[in-house]
Ligand binder design. Structure first.
Ligand SMILES: NC(=O)c1ccc[n+]([C@@H]2O[C@H](COP(=O)([O-])OP(=O)(O)OC[C@H]3O[C@@H](n4cnc5c(N)ncnc54)[C@H](OP(=O)(O)O)[C@@H]3O)[C@@H](O)[C@H]2O)c1
Length: 267
């Protein structure tokens, strides 16, 4: 399965990696269905694709709203006789120490609600079509930080780990029915999400264009996983010596935060 001629539903397409991925997939000949809340931003991405000769359609929706998602799923199924790929990319991130989260159960609820439950809901909505047509590829956008233990992102990373686990179950259970999955472990990428943390301005990061290339690879070649070497090494370390890896990375992350804070104070 290549990209040309495929119909790809991509969530979180109003900004960052999702918007770039939609443009790159459309340039390779895919019809892209763009989902996110901000209609104006979605329309801007859509217009850019169409002006360049591509095929795109915007579906503004809050994916944490089950009823609204049901309406969009019905629309997608009605308007596209074949849906080849679903890219579950919409997300929110929260950076907060667990000690400052004791009265903030809602942080865990709101990350799980978009990063995990919304992705599961949309996947289940499209699954009967995937099974009927005998194929369907589900891509999930997740983080290198589920491969290596890092502090301060407990709500975000737990929801991403749940999503990865769901993707693994999907291919284990339905791989024989043509359902495949790719888990994409992004490192830090310069987008609205990472820019929300001031000190990250001083951190070297991947461009959204390059990160979008990882989504294109996931759609095109359908590998089980797209990862950095660092992430793969982290997984190997966690599978063999989890205690050692955790105690080595803990002071490293503290030092990195202090260095970034110093650099960003200097401007
Ligand atoms: N940036 C990084 O450093 C980094 C690192 C690792 C993994 N990732 C992952 O990469 C993916 C893309 O993130 P990004 O960096 O491109 O961030 P971004 O620019 O903030 O994109 C997040 C997208 O999710 C959409 N979204 C959020 N809540 C939504 C909701 N309730 N309903 C529908 N759409 C919703 C946003 O659109 P609206 O606001 O218009 O709804 C936006 O299009 C995410 O899964 C993220 O976890 C990013």
């Amino acid at each position: 399965m290549s990209v040309d001629g495929r119909t790809v539903v991509i969530t979180g397409a109003s900004s960052g990696i999702g918007a770039e991925a939609a443009k790159r997939l459309a340039r390779r000949g895919a019809t892209v269905c763009l989902l996110a809340r901000r209609a104006d931003e979605l329309d801007a991405v859509c217009s850019e694709i169409v002006a360049a000769g591509g095929r795109a359609r915007a579906y503004p929706v809050d994916l944490t709203d089950a009823d609204a998602t049901e309406v969009v799923v019905a629309q997608l199924l009605d308007e596209h006789p074949v849906i080849d790929v679903l890219v579950n990319n919409a997300a929110r991130s929260i950076r907060r120490p667990i000690t400052e989260s004791v009265d903030r159960m809602h942080d865990y609820e709101r990350t799980i609600s978009i990063n995990y439950l919304a992705a599961v809901r949309l996947t289940l909505g499209l699954l009967p079509r995937f099974l009927e047509q005998g194929h369907g590829h589900v891509v999930v956008s997740t983080s290198m930080s589920t491969q290596i233990p890092i502090p301060l992102f407990s709500a975000y990373l737990a929801s991403k780990s749940a999503l990865e686990s769901f993707a693994r179950s999907l291919s284990a259970e339905l791989g024989g029915h043509g359902i495949t999955t790719t888990t994409v472990h992004f490192p830090m990428v310069r987008t609205e999400m990472s820019e929300a943390t001031d000190i990250y301005a001083a951190m070297p990061m991947m461009s959204p264009y390059k990160a979008a290339g990882w989504i294109v690879r996931a759609v095109d070649a359908r590998p089980t996983r797209v990862t950095s070497l660092t992430g793969a090494a982290g997984e190997l370390g966690m599978a063999t010596l989890p205690g050692v890896v955790t105690s080595v990375t803990r002071p490293l992350f503290k030092r990195m935060d202090r260095t970034l804070a110093r650099r960003s104070r200097r401007g």
